[in-house]
Design a protein around this ligand. Structure first.
Ligand code: ADP
Length: 577
């Protein structure tokens, strides 16, 4: 209930205006009907004068104009609610999602997140604020007016008997709501899966084609669509059952009105004019009860939709600023002290002791899966960590606001993300104030020579709808993106794996020359990328098995020496070829 009320609390003034205008509008709709009994009875008693007729016509015109104005205002404020709610709830979801690091996706899949924050909000949540509110006003306020009107022209028992079939119908539909909720829930969960699968299929379209798996993927997708359609049909059947029930209520109500009405007229408890008014009202009474049922349906859908939204909002923020009291202004060193890290139950980093001094270049090497990326992700505070085991300038990393840490760092990730935008926009990445540094970043990332060959230069569109780039070019865009802000700490996470040896050499040289006094952390597969680092860390199976300068490691670390020898041989072979 509270989840639904929350929507209305967000725009109280609008709801208040809708209530006032629709109360007034409904009153004006029914007023002419009350005049019917007066006119019919005056004709029957031969007391109706010409002046009375003119007066009634004036009243009707005035009411018509007022009703038009009031309804227009009411409709505007009712239907604007749909867009207000869509905007408000979408903003709420965005806010809560961005409180999390990507570990949120271990608990709520991207597909679930998308279907909840688009499909649920657009189709099931927002309508309650407009159509739902309209139905509520018609079902409650208009309905009450009609009931009072019938009562004013007849007796209490007659009124109760006429509305009884509709009241029974509403109670019956309300009691069936949990039954409908089951199908509705299944329907939404299937939609989550469909969105997830669509997302994965779009991302993996190349792999799917390469492995000739189109038919299989399509079959799996269609089977989910079928489940969705079946559940939707079941849900619709339950909702549509309402129509025959409503027709039955109407028939019974009419029968009672006619039979009992004649009895009342015969006994002088109701006038013929009164009966005519009631018959006019009976043509109107069906709608408010339809509206009430529509409101119940909309309420069920909104409640479920909001519960799904609140499930996202209530996710515990595992990396938070609870202990934070400082903004990071990196001065001295980063230290890992006896640091361990687990993904769920899997221990991935063990007993890490490492110091990274300001202004130094650190290389990290190791086999795939040895924990290199996991180690640098700790600096970005992307995962909750064991307390008091990473220190920056002698203070625990938890004592710094996470945004201030991230402001001091720039990363080119292994899984770089490029967008279907121009090359320039991909590098600037919403930081328009850095535009004058673009040229420098292109040069330092050794990308300038490639961009000069593109006919549109930095404005060349890249991605699905633009130019297809080589893996090395894409990596260098990610490197340029991280270099352009001249960050205090630069992290290249295996970002040189797809560039050739000469390009790698250029980039490393540029970093060395242009980033004097700044800190660089370079994760690499090739020794050549870290050979000149102030310190190289060798990771194996989550443990540091060697650290020192290149020459020291050649002496002390067998694995490093063998890697260096092997890569030197390979390089020589390549040169000879
Ligand atoms: P590297 O960068 O050296 O290739 P990673 O840090 O990516 O290694 O991975 C180290 C280990 O942690 C691997 O065994 C990998 O399977 C595991 N791992 C990496 N990311 C996750 C994750 N998000 N959840 C669970 N395990 C992970």
């Amino acid at each position: 209930m509270n989840s639904v009320l929350r929507i209305f609390k967000r725009d109280k003034l609008r709801v208040f205006l809708v209530i006032c205008t629709s109360m007034l509008g409904n009153l004006l709709t029914l007023y002419p009907i009350t005049r019917v009994s007066y006119i019919v009875d005056s004709i029957a008693n031969s007391t109706l004068t010409f002046d009375d007729v003119i007066r009634e016509i004036y009243i009707l015109i005035l009411i018509g104009i007022s009703k038009y104005i009031i309804s227009s205002i009411s409709d505007y404020f009712t239907f604007i609610g749909y867009y207000n709610t869509m905007k408000n709830v979408s903003e709420d979801v965005q806010k809560s999602v961005y409180k999390h690091t990507p570990i949120l996706f271990n608990r709520i899949s991207p597909g679930e997140l998308i279907s909840r924050s688009t499909n649920d909000i657009v189709d099931y949540i927002s309508p309650i604020a407009s159509f739902g509110l309209f139905c509520f006003m018609e079902g409650v306020v208009y309905n009450s007016y009609i009931t009072v009107l019938i009562f004013s022209k007849s007796t209490l028992i007659y009124t109760l008997l006429i509305i009884a079939p509709y009241v029974i119908q509403t109670i019956y539909l309300y009691r069936r709501k949990s039954y409908q909720e089951v199908y509705y829930d299944k329907m939404l969960k299937t939609m989550d899966k469909i969105t997830d699968e669509t997302l994965e299929n779009v991302k993996g379209v190349r792999v799917i084609r390469t492995y000739n798996l189109l038919a299989k993927v399509r079959k799996s997708f269609v089977s989910k669509l079928n489940i969705y359609t079946d559940n939707n049909l079941e849900y619709m059947k339950k909702v549509k059952l309402f129509q025959p029930i409503n027709m039955l209520s109407t028939a019974v109500s009419y029968m009672i009105a006619v039979i009992y009405g004649f009895y009342l007229i015969k006994n002088g408890e109701m006038t013929i004019g009164g009966m005519m008014s009631i018959f006019l009202v009976l043509t109107l009474i069906q709608w408010p009860y339809i509206a009430l049922s529509q409101f119940i349906i909309s309420f069920i859908e909104t409640k479920k939709g909001m519960q799904r939204i609140e499930e996202i909002e209530n996710q515990e923020v595992l990396v938070n600023n609870k202990e934070a009291k400082y903004e990071l202004n990196f001065q001295e060193k980063i230290e890992f002290k006896d640091f361990n890290f687990k993904y769920e139950d899997k221990l991935v980093l063990k007993n890490i002791n490492l110091t990274i001094g300001k202004g130094k270049t650190i290389g990290i090497v190791g086999k795939t899966g040895s924990g290199k990326s996991t180690l640098i992700k700790q600096l970005l505070r992307l995962y909750p960590i064991q307390n008091q085991s990473i220190f920056i300038d002698n203070k625990a990393i938890e004592e710094y606001y996470d945004y201030s840490i991230r402001n001091s760092m720039s990363v080119a990730f292994q899984e770089y993300q490029l967008f279907s935008k121009s090359l320039k926009d991909n590098i600037l990445f919403y930081r328009e104030n850095l535009e004058d540094k673009l040229e420098e970043a292109l040069v330092n990332a050794d990308l300038k020579k490639d961009v000069d060959k593109f006919t549109e230069g930095v404005d060349t569109l890249i991605g699905e709808n633009g130019l297809s780039l080589s893996g090395g070019q894409k990596q260098r865009i990610a490197i340029a993106r991280s270099l352009i802000s001249n960050p205090e700490i630069l992290i290249l996470d295996d970002s040189l794996s797809a560039v050739d040896a000469a390009t790698e050499k250029n980039i490393i040289e540029n970093i060395k020359n242009e980033r004097q006094g700044k800190t660089n952390i370079i994760v690499a597969h090739r020794v050549s990328a870290v050979r000149h680092a102030d310190k190289i860390v060798v990771l194996s199976d989550g443990e540091i098995i060697g650290q020192g300068r290149h020459e020291e490691l050649i002496e002390t670390c067998d694995w490093y020496r063998e890697l260096d020898e092997y890569q030197n041989k390979e390089a020589k072979k390549n040169e000879e070829e």
